[in-house]
Design a protein around this ligand. Structure first.
Ligand code: ADP
Ligand code: MG
Length: 231
């Protein structure tokens, strides 16, 4: 399914949020890398999917009505084997059933657990005066504390993306501290450039949120993606 079809289907369904599974398809169409993810209808399918992709895995609730999955206990990470998955599946369903009893459950995402990287956030928004904008900043637990973000008009080229990254404090971490290998800034800049293309090409998208993006010495991966459509 191409991006235009995914966006049109969401609009037709009256949804304003495109959840992770569909947002990933749009990301991949723009060469933005995401972890292997399978939608499972029940526990049996989760176990099969995890067996095929290999442990460790993460499971996440898939629902049109749930925007912040971990706020409702809808994300469980670090599942190392089938017994853990069996237990985690029940716990996830129980959490979601208690916290959002009315949500339509579309299934459970089984996702490859990604190794820890430097966490950053990439966003997109549409400003009334300036039009499409790309946001970049520090991710993880200190986001609120440091408010370390920089903005650029979209679309942007690689040089502009590199300047955007250098405008932030997290740039220091990305360069590698205390003997850590530097992150792949080239790959990160490509994510910013491709995000700029995406937000510029689809006026239907009001906002996009890649949070977190894990950065590695070799590449980077969007571990959670969501798009918000104009209402
Ligand atoms: P939410 O909808 O609550 O933002 P996320 O998909 O971002 O849910 O998951 C919550 C947290 O779980 C992330 O911030 C990240 O730290 C961790 N996480 C999610 N997916 C993965 C993954 N595939 N590998 C490793 N950690 C993950
Ligand atoms: Mg997230």
């Amino acid at each position: 399914m191409d991006c235009r079809k995914i966006i049109a289907a969401s609009i037709a369904a009256g949804d304003t949020v495109i959840p992770e599974l569909e947002a990933q398809k749009i990301c991949r169409a723009y060469n933005i890398s995401c972890p292997t993810t399978v939608l499972a209808a029940d526990k049996e399918q989760c176990l099969t999917a995890a067996q095929i992709m290999g442990y460790p895995v993460v499971i996440k609730i898939h629902s049109r009505q749930i925007v912040h999955k971990s706020d409702v206990g809808g994300v469980i990470v670090g599942i190392g084997g089938p017994e853990q998955l069996d237990e985690a599946y029940d716990r996830l369903m129980n959490n979601v059933g208690q916290n959002c009893p009315d949500a339509e459950i579309g299934g459970v995402l089984v996702q490859k657990q990604m190794p820890k990287g430097i966490e950053v956030v990439v966003g997109g928004l549409r400003n009334d005066q300036f039009g499409p904008v790309v946001m970049f900043g520090m991710g993880g637990i200190y986001v609120e504390v440091f408010k370390d973000v920089s903005f650029r008009l979209a679309p942007l080229d690689k040089d502009e993306a590199a300047r955007q990254v250098r405008d932030t404090k997290v740039y220091k971490l990305l360069q590698g501290v205390r003997g850590d290998k530097p992150c792949d800034l080239e790959a990160l800049c490509e994510v910013l450039v491709n995000t700029g293309k995406l937000i510029a090409e689809y006026p239907e998208i009001a906002e996009l949120d890649f949070n977190p993006v894990f950065c590695y010495p070799d590449g980077c991966t969007v571990v959670d993606a969501r798009l918000v459509l104009k209402s």
